[in-house]
Design a protein around this ligand. Structure first.
Ligand code: AMP
Length: 490
């Protein structure tokens, strides 16, 4: 299949070719015709599948085909794309510009943590497409600096992540104010009951597309565990980076404090490293990302939330310095590598405290992860596990307390209470004026790569070193003092 056969116009095809894309990814070959058809869409696809072009290209085409507004009048906002994080918003808008470079459409991005006035100016000048995070969009809606009365297309990108981050009420407030007649596209990597409820209220007879299910994506990535003592992790990381001459290494840390400390220590070891997390200013995060992208920064240390939406082609190395408390985060983390068909490697440094976390992850991905002990870093098998403490959560860090990752510190007015991940908080089915229409699938397709599970190559069976010991009451119970779902507010 080629891009020519998808019904895209010449200016879009030209932009796609310039990007060097020759073949549409599975999500693109299914989503592009579905969106061009004008109907609603429910798509199961995570980052790395090419989903952004999957919705951006047909949106650009639909908007460019419709009549331009009368001369002199301001361009109305016709498409709105909501994303969970600032980074993702910036990247999506960059894609809109890239693919739309031969069209006359205008776009802008808006998120919190930066001045609102330039965003107001851009809106005044008139834009066709707005990419926004929910909180800042609501600020504009409340200040009446944005007019969405002519909206034609709404996209919720990474909807599951938006709900995880506590944005459900913000989203419902936005939906309640949009014109009811519009095309709705919902992209989500996972389908919890909460997502299904949202889809039910939002979508009208959506086309259903599902590609690269979580497990098949995991299969495309070479994964390895290096068992190591907790106080040798940093030394081992330095050793691995030096020994293998790794560049563009994305390292995950469980906490903001841990990320800072690790970046400092690596820098002392002569490895250029910066940390990104919600406490860093937007400009510091943008700068770190830019340096990482252009290879002047060897290592980027990130917390789970800060790393969401980092979109770098063919990221070669992902390292879990700490295993995440929530097994699903492991899948999101390693999804940073091996994207759009490229090969990648995900390495986890696992100490005795993390055996149960590892077991949970292996249960989720339905396979053992190969283990390899690095000479000189053999773990002390007599070491007792210690509880994983909630360090450096600061500011009521659990997700219920901080719905907007990295949002401005000042009170934001407008009476938005702390968002809860659960729904049912007051405005009921406030979604979008579509009432309670159920999604009726018009086309159920599966794509993705149903490749067979990878076998651990030349590896010890899981459990030989890690996770193989029976859990004792004391050691096991102590480790779980961190709530599994309380880790999002970093
Ligand atoms: P996304 O899932 O939208 O975050 O895209 C993941 C990466 O795949 C991006 O860096 C895109 O530039 C790249 N990409 C998107 N579509 C294609 C394609 N058809 N061929 C090759 N790479 C692509």
């Amino acid at each position: 299949m080629s891009f020519d056969s998808l019904g895209l116009s010449e200016p879009l095809l030209r932009a796609v070719i310039e990007q060097g894309y020759t073949t549409p990814t599975p999500i693109q070959s299914q989503a592009i015709p579905a969106v061009l058809n004008g109907g609603d869409l429910l798509a199961g696809a995570q980052t790395g599948t090419g989903k952004t072009a999957g919705f951006t290209l047909p949106i650009l085409q639909r908007l460019s085909e419709a009549p331009a507004p009368a001369a002199g009048s301001r361009r109305p906002v016709r498409a709105l794309i909501l994303t969970p994080t600032r980074e993702l918003a910036a990247q999506v808008e960059e894609s809109v510009r890239t693919y739309g470079k031969y069209l006359k459409l205008k776009s802008t991005v808006m998120f919190g943590g930066v001045g609102i006035n330039p965003q107001i100016d851009a809106l005044r000048r008139g834009v066709d497409i707005v990419v926004a995070t929910p909180g800042r969009l609501l600020d504009h809606m409340q200040q009446k600096t944005i007019d969405l009365s002519k909206l034609e297309i709404l996209v919720l990108d990474e909807a599951d992540r938006m709900l995880d981050m506590g944005f459900i009420h913000d989203i419902k407030r936005v939906l309640a104010k949009l014109p009811p007649k519009r095309q709705n596209l919902l992209f989500s990597a996972t389908f919890s009951d909460e997502i299904k409820t949202l889809a039910d209220s939002l979508l009208d007879k959506p086309a259903l597309i599902e590609v690269a299910r979580r497990n098949s994506t995991v299969e495309a990535i070479a994964q390895k565990i290096h068992p190591v003592d907790r106080d040798k992790k940093r030394e081992l990381l330095t050793h691995l980076i030096r020994q293998n001459n790794w560049f563009q290494v994305l390292v995950f840390s469980r906490t903001k404090h841990g990320a800072n400390r690790l970046a400092e220590q690596l820098t002392k070891d002569g490895i250029s490293a910066l940390a990104i997390h919600g406490n860093k200013s937007q400009s510091a995060r943008t700068r770190a990302l830019a340096e990482f992208k252009d290879n002047t920064l060897q290592v980027l240390v990130a917390t789970d939330i800060a790393a969401r939406g980092i979109d770098i082609d063919q990221l070669p190395h992902v390292v879990n310095f700490d295993l995440p408390n929530v097994p699903e985060d492991y899948v999101h983390r390693i999804g940073r590598t091996g994207r759009a068909g490229a090969t990648g490697e995900a390495v986890s440094l696992v100490c005795v405290d993390e055996h149960q976390l590892l077991k949970d992850i292996e249960r989720l991905i339905k396979r053992p992860i190969p283990q390899e002990v690095i000479a000189g870093f053999e773990p002390d098998l007599t070491q007792k596990p210690e509880p994983i403490l909630r360090r450096s959560q600061g500011g009521g860090g659990a997700r219920q307390g901080s719905p907007r990752q990295g949002a401005p510190k000042q009170a934001n007015g407008g009476g938005r209470g702390p968002a809860k991940p659960a729904h049912g908080g007051g405005n009921g089915n406030g979604g979008g004026g579509n009432g309670s229409r159920s999604p009726k699938p018009v086309a159920a397709k599966t794509g993705g790569n149903g490749s067979a599970p990878r076998k651990p190559e030349g590896a010890r069976p899981a459990g030989a070193l890690l996770g193989g010991k029976p859990r004792t009451e004391g050691g096991g119970a102590g480790r779980r003092d961190t709530p599994r779902t309380g880790q999002r507010g970093r």
